[in-house]
Design a protein around this ligand. Structure first.
Ligand SMILES: Nc1ncnc2c1ncn2[C@@H]1O[C@H](COP(=O)(O)OP(=O)(O)OP(=O)(O)O)[C@@H](O)[C@H]1O
Ligand code: SF4
Ligand SMILES: [Mg+2]
Length: 354
């Protein structure tokens, strides 16, 4: 089936059971940064990855580009497993998959002109001569709304928003099919952020590019992403379309996280009662993860089975909507229990303030 961009309906990217562990020098311990991560991205869509600091979002993004070597698992781009490609094949593939980092000042060389840096991937990955490269870079600067004079400027002469647009121009230079955007607007003021988001949307409309949009900003993800994956302590604990995950979060962690989000569409907002499900308690260490569910020590709905049984990402009911919780998968977590918790918490709060 065509997706309107002349492409087939096969996923652009499939991440399967990806594991990334960092060893801790001088010890046998490892940091579990990504554990059994499975995701799918279709052509032209934006997948939002959300989760608290340290949940593994950046590690996942870097593993997708093999800027970090996964410990195990597969990263299939148009059906080809990137983890098996040799260096030369991987370099070629980098024209199709690019990344934009959070901090534009850190990702651009302060000594090199903006024009040269935007054109760097063209120099490395294409046969274009100097003058053709310059023409292409000027086109790219125009695409991202930067004047031609930027070409000869140095990064320090640009505002953070303009710098991030230059980073996007550089990522777009090889005409990629996918860009990993790692918190691309979190270092920007609201106006510059809005401009960059508009730019990303326009580029997507014009080119059919797909994005992995990594963010802490739940409202932004709710606004711009087609599908969403929520990470907690190295695992994806819920994934699905934006409407499935934001409109009907099923995993206790997602429910608590999304209770605070103010979505633009009032019908999709969650009410005050949902905030009663807020989590408390210490997050386990990524060096010493629990045997069973990673949320067990903080979950309001925990059962004995949760403490010992590792949780799998399983269907949460609707097609494409998955959660890593046996109680959701087995339809054991009923509304009555959730309502009971809310009522108890409201009573506790009333007693505390009396
Ligand atoms: N090079 C490294 N060596 C050891 N541990 C690392 C390394 N990089 C990341 N980690 C650890 O891996 C886990 C995931 O880190 P990661 O940076 O992917 O999280 P994140 O979700 O991107 O967080 P943030 O929202 O703060 O950017 C964390 O526990 C982190 O401390
Ligand atoms: S498996 Fe148990 S502890 Fe984990 S989220 Fe589900 S109910 Fe909570
Ligand atoms: Mg990060």
């Amino acid at each position: 089936m065509s997706d309107g961009n002349g492409a087939t309906d096969t996923p652009l990217l499939e991440v399967k059971s990806l594991v990334k562990q960092f060893s801790i020098p001088g010890t046998k311990a490892v940091v579990h940064a990504c554990s059994d991560v499975t995701l799918t991205i279709r052509r032209g869509e934006t997948l939002g990855i959300i989760g608290e600091s340290g949940s593994g979002k950046t590690t996942l993004g870097r593993c997708v580009l093999r800027l970090l070597e996964p410990t195990s698992g597969q990263v299939l781009f148009e059906g080809r497993d990137l983890t098996l490609l040799n260096r030369k094949a991987m370099r070629k593939l980098r024209t199709d998959v690019q990344i934009v980092f959070q901090e534009p000042f850190d990702s651009l060389n302060p000594q090199m002109t903006v024009g040269r840096q935007v054109g760097e991937p063209l120099r490395i990955h294409t046969d274009l001569g100097k003058s053709a490269r310059k023409t292409r870079v000027l086109e790219l600067l125009e695409l991202v709304g930067l004047p031609p004079s930027t070409y000869d400027g140095l990064p320090r002469q640009l505002s953070p928003g303009a710098l991030q647009r230059a980073s996007i121009a550089r990522a777009m230079s090889t005409d990629p099919k996918l860009i990993v955007l790692d918190e691309p607007t979190s270092a920007l003021a609201p106006e510059a952020e809005a401009e960059v988001i508009r730019l990303l949307k326009r580029i997507q409309d014009e080119t059919g590019i797909a994005y992995i949009f990594i963010s802490h900003d739940l409202s932004l993800v709710g606004e711009i992403c087609d599908s969403v994956a929520i990470m907690y302590l190295s695992q994806v604990i819920e994934s699905g379309t934006r409407d499935q995950v934001f409109g009907n979060p099923r995993h206790p962690y997602s429910r608590a996280l999304l209770a605070s989000v103010l979505l633009p569409d009032p019908s999709k907002r969650r009410d005050d009662a949902a905030r009663a499900e807020r989590l408390e308690g210490e997050i386990p260490s990524p060096i010493d993860l629990p045997a069973g569910c990673y949320l067990a020590s903080r979950c309001h709905f925990v059962r004995d089975r949760c403490e010992t049984e590792p949780q799998q990402l399983l269907s949460a009911g609707e097609d494409g909507h998955d959660a890593r919780c046996w109680r959701v998968a087995e339809n054991d977590l009923k509304n009555e229990e959730i309502e009971r918790l809310r009522a108890e918490r409201r009573t506790d709060a009333a007693d505390a303030s009396a």
